[in-house]
Every structure is written in structure tokens, then in C-alpha cells.
Design a protein around this ligand. Sequence first.
Ligand SMILES: C[S@@+](CC[C@H](N)C(=O)[O-])C[C@H]1O[C@@H](n2cnc3c(N)ncnc32)[C@H](O)[C@@H]1O
Length: 349
Amino acid sequence: MLAKHDPPVCIALAAELPICHTLPACIRIRSSAIGRHGAANRTTCDADVAPRAWNEKKVTAMPLLIRSKVRRHKNRGAWQQVGLVAGFLAGRHFVGAKDLHYGYWVDGLEPIIRNLPRAQEEYCRFLLAHIPADANSILDVGCGAGGVAASLLARGHRVECVSPSEFLNSQAKQLLGDRVRINECKYEDFHTSEVYDVVLFCESFQYVKMEVALANAVSQLRSGGQLIISDFFRLPGDKKSPISGGHRLEEFQEIIARFPFKLVEEKDISTRTSPTFTVIESAFSEVLQPIWNEIDVAGMATFPRLYRFGNWLFRRRLEKVKQKYFTHERSAENFERYKTYRLMRFVRA
Ligand SMILES: C[S@@+](CC[C@H](N)C(=O)[O-])C[C@H]1O[C@@H](n2cnc3c(N)ncnc32)[C@H](O)[C@@H]1O
């Protein structure tokens, strides 16, 4: 996808503006379903109940610096969702991509945008090969547009999803119909008395608060059940990565050690996934940058003073956007230098 973790330029620019936006809150309370042992089972998706009033009140009571940090964090989450939706729509429209994860570039598969759907299918194949075939129930956390859940269903698993994006969930619903229940909220706000054989994070772990998510997973997995995380993490280092996203690997390792999980498998697939950045980079340099340059020329020709003023007013933001998207730094090499993409399988004690 062009813009999965980093929004595309127009969105990135808007995101840099000091406007406070949050996505509409979702409130879904579902108490339903019969649990696997026949008992009535309660599931709540109680994210952001009365979000604005409650949060705003809480936020305004905080000291100024902390307040702006909290707001920035909330805004970043909202814009991440925008980036995911934009990336999904662009990928589907231009190359027929169905998924929202990176590609898994097998030998001989050239990293060009046309091959992205095939690389994403390879990713799905790789992932499924690491999910126990005899798992009965699977919780797919951050299901995106439902592609992975559909493959799991096709293999005979019972699947339930939890994900906050209203739009992506509507796409998943179209794909999956009534065969899967989709709980619309952040995983951190998902509570259920159901227990699953597998809790799966397919490139969604980087979006969750680790402690809360892992505590949830402990309570929602049966003993001997598996937590499967396939996602990228930040490697230690002093330099700031030109590619954003991912939890710090040592922090993750330190946090998960406090939970009753035993690591049973770990695969580093960084070199298989990094070519996705070659594809993203070429889309930015071959398509978006020339368009940006043309807009620059047309703007200067049409409204020279206003345009110059606008450029001056937003100079820092514009510089940041150019630095981020047009300096060829978001490359496969830098992905491998600063990130590590891993599939990790843990058994719950
Ligand atoms: C990169 S996409 C991956 C989608 C899908 N798993 C796939 O492989 O195609 C990340 C997904 O995580 C979801 N997400 C973001 N924040 C989340 C949270 N706090 N809890 C659960 N899901 C979240 C997004 O809405 C999106 O569906």
C-alpha cells in the first residue's frame, strides 16, 4: 500500500496542521453469542464511551505540556486510521490489492507495484503456515479489510475480529458476511468472556498499547493457546529512523517477559518484507513528487504572492513533508537498518 503507516503527502500535510481532529467514536456494546462451552457469553466493545466530553474534560485538567502531548497522541492515532484507509483504497484501485499488510517478496518476484497483490498473497500464505491448523477459534485483532480472516475461514477456522476503523470494517463485513463477528473498537477496549485458541496480530500490534493488549490476550486465550504477532519493531540505535512506526523491540521483549507467555517460534522476515519500501518509494518519487512539483509551478504562476506567503507560513511543515517523502530515505535498505519484521509465536502458560 502506498500509505499504510505513513499517510500520503496530501494527508501527511494536513496531519501536520495544528487542527484537532479525531475520528467519530465508536460505541458498540454487544452481549451475545453462545460461548464454546454453551454458556452465554458477554462481549463488550466499550471504546471511547462518551469520548469527547469525558476525554476533553480530563485533558483540560492536565498541565499544558502533558495536555498537548495527549492530544498529539490522539491525533496521531486518528491520522493513522486515515492513512490506512487511504492506503487500502489506493492499493485496491490501482493494482487490485485486497490486503493492508506488507508484501512477502519471494525469490524472483520483482518489487514493482503490479506485483504487490501477489506479494501480499505470499505474506498470507507464510502467515497461515505458522498458525496451528487445528486451532478452532481465532481472534483476528486489527482485521483491516478482512482478507486474512477470509483465508482463515476458508481453512476451516472459526474467526472473530476486533478493529476500530468503521470504513475498513464495512469492507470486511462485505467480504465476510455473517460468518464472522466484527467488534468495532480498539483491542484495548475489547472485553469478552470468550476464550480463543489463537489471538492473532497481523501487522496490527504496532498500533496497540502493549501492556493493555497483552493483558487482554492473556485473559482471552485458553491455557496452551497461542499469541501470534507478525509485525515490525524498531531496532535499537541513536539515529532517528526516516520510517515511522513499530514498538521498540527491547521494550516489547521487556514487557512481554512479565506475562505468562513462552516464545516457541521466531522468524525474522525483514529482508522478505523490506522490498515493499522499494515499491512505496517509487510511487512517491515517480508519481507524487512530479505532481507536487507541478502544483508548485502552477501555484506560483497563478497566485504568486498568496502562494509564497502560504509556503512561508507552512515552511516547517512543508520541509518536514519533503524531507520525509521526497528524499528517498524511506527505502528497503533503511527499513532493514532501523526495523525488524518478525513473526513470533507464543504459548500461553
Ligand atoms: C496494517 S493494518 C493490517 C490489517 C490486516 N490485519 C491485514 O493484514 O491486512 C492494521 C489494522 O489494525 C487496526 N488497528 C489500529 N489500531 C488498532 C487498535 N488499537 N486495536 C485493534 N486494531 C487496530 C487498523 O484499523 C487496521 O485494520
